[in-house]
Design a protein around this ligand. Structure first.
Ligand code: ADP
Ligand code: ADP
Ligand code: MG
Length: 480
């Protein structure tokens, strides 16, 4: 009987993982909630299990996910990213049920998922990080601790949810008044979002670059890195564009950061694939931020420059194999850029455009182009889930070639129906700072002209709308 692996996710990442499972000649079991009943991940999987109406609550229901695995005879679960991926209770439930969890152990996920615990482990291992507090005490006492920290280290500071993730639960405070106002709000928000009201405070790195390192470790104790990524271009502390390798880093600095990442992984007994995130200041000082104990959305850019299938590797390691390569075997070459094409209106604070139907979908192709998506013409984007439609990843030998290729792809990419981030990225690839690789996490705030474009201004988009209108005339399904 063939080995079955359950994919506890949806959208593009479910497809990505299913492909790796099927390439290994295993069978992929999908799960889905009702709003996803027309999603492609169900059709490409070897079988699919309906787990409820959701929305989201069933993808987050550990018991249902485990039952789906048992019911289908899956021996392993890949959690993807988001949903239960960083919930130690899923990994623990797998361990209890004798199912292989494709990721690190529940113990490692638990330790690293708590930003304060993770900082402590890294501090003990001598990893550089910005000054910060432990969890602040409850009530007024906690606020006094924060004020005392501010007195000692000065503003600006970051108030962070200890259990936070996905860019949520982070608030910058610039003075005592901000701190006074934001403190309780931050706690309440953390409780609502993460079911844990713990917060702590750390020093802000001003206009940093977000630099992260992909690491992979097997159970024999071998840990390798696959180089750096720059994910500085963000909205609301969430990544939009990712680049590998990180730009404008000297080889010495890149090597040092990668070595530090491996040290951080070893300090936490890390196994399987993970990402060590750092902030880099304008004087090239770098500071540990967190370890994400899962596959990252932007793993595609690393795969492009390293020539290693990270998901295939994750599965092999989880099924008990050891790494077949050493650090010296890993050759990074060229440049890769990923843009997240979201159903969002950049001009309207990236407001999600869920609920709309894709009336025309024409994607680019050719040398150095990779698409990880799950949409098709006629697909109505469920409004219940996140707005990522497709990741466009391009590869090139030089940075210039890569940017040229990205521009060509974006020009030819037609998605009609919902507003998307495509016209915003078209401005991005023409921006001199972007072309020079000059960006940090405040890039969007300092480049307002990126938001100046006319909707559907390109020839291709005009044509697409025309086709869409003709195509849907009489069917009355065209959503303008
Ligand atoms: P999450 O778990 O939500 O990903 P992170 O701690 O990784 O949270 O931070 C997300 C983003 O917030 C970073 O990429 C960066 O842009 C910003 N950020 C976080 N901490 C700091 C800091 N101390 N100084 C400056 N920016 C920060
Ligand atoms: P196999 O012949 O064992 O199926 P491949 O030669 O197809 O393996 O392996 C190539 C890809 O699979 C690479 O992307 C590599 O990262 C991954 N891979 C294969 N075997 C392993 C292993 N034992 N440990 C980690 N990754 C592996
Ligand atoms: Mg992060």
């Amino acid at each position: 009987m063939s080995i079955k692996i359950l994919v506890a996710n949806r959208g593009e990442i479910a497809l990505r993982i299913i492909r790796a499972i099927q390439e290994l000649n295993y069978e992929a079991v999908a799960i889905y909630e009702t709003p996803d009943h027309e999603s492609r991940h169900i059709r490409i999987a070897n079988e699919a299990v309906w787990i409820g109406d959701g929305p989201r609550s069933d993808y987050l229901n550990i018991e249902k996910v485990i039952n789906a695995a048992k019911h289908s005879g899956a021996i392993a679960i890949h959690p993807g990213y988001g949903f239960l991926a960083e919930n130690p209770l899923l990994a623990e439930a797998c361990e209890d049920a004798g199912i292989i969890f494709i990721g690190p152990s529940s113990d490692v996920i638990k330790k690293l998922g708590n930003k304060v615990t993770a900082r402590q482990i890294m501090a003990d291992a001598g990893i550089p990080m910005v000054p910060g507090t432990k969890n602040l005490s409850q009530g007024d006492e906690g606020k006094q601790e924060a004020l005392a920290f501010a007195e000692e280290y000065g503003y600006p500071l970051m108030l962070k949810a200890t259990a936070g993730g996905g860019g949520r639960g982070i608030r910058r405070v610039d003075n005592d008044k901000d701190l006074d106002e934001q403190y309780l709000v931050a706690r309440k928000e953390a409780l609502a979002a993460f079911n844990d009201d713990s917060v702590y405070i750390e020093k802000v790195v001003v206009n940093p670059k977000h630099v992260e390192v992909q690491i992979i470790a097997d159970k024999s104790g071998k840990t390798v890195h696959l180089g750096t990524r720059d994910c500085s271009i963000q909205r609301r502390n969430q990544k939009l564009v990712e680049i590998a390798p990180a730009f404008h880093l000297s080889q010495e600095l890149a090597d040092e950061i990668c070595q530090t990442a491996v040290k951080a992984a070893n300090a936490s007994n890390y196994t399987n694939a993970g990402t060590v995130e750092f902030l880099l200041d304008s004087d090239n000082n770098y500071y540990f931020m967190e370890i994400n104990t899962r596959l990252q959305v932007e793993h595609t850019v690393t795969e492009m420059i390293a020539g290693i299938d990270i998901v295939r590797t994750q599965i092999k390691l989880a099924l008990g194999k050891e790494l077949i390569f050493d650090q010296k075997d890993i050759m990074l070459r060229g440049h890769a850029i990923e843009v997240r094409i979201n159903a969002e209106d950049p001009k309207n604070n990236f407001m999600p455009e869920g609920g709309k139907t894709i009336s025309v979908y024409r994607s680019p192709g050719g040398y150095g182009v990779r698409l990880d998506g799950f949409c098709y013409q006629g697909f109505t984007i469920p409004e219940e889930y996140d707005s990522l439609l497709v990741k466009l990843t391009v590869f090139g030998w030089s940075w210039n070639e890569t940017v040229d290729r990205l521009k060509r792809c974006l020009t030819n990419f037609v998605i009609a129906g919902p507003k998307t981030t495509i016209p915003f990225y078209l401005n991005l690839v023409n921006d001199p700072d972007f072309k020079d690789g000059e960006f940090n996490t405040s890039y969007l705030d300092t480049h307002e002209h990126l938001f100046n474009y006319e909707e559907h201004s390109s020839e291709a988009n005009k044509l697409a709308r025309l086709i869409a209108e003709i195509h849907h005339k009489g069917k009355n399904t065209y959503a303008a």
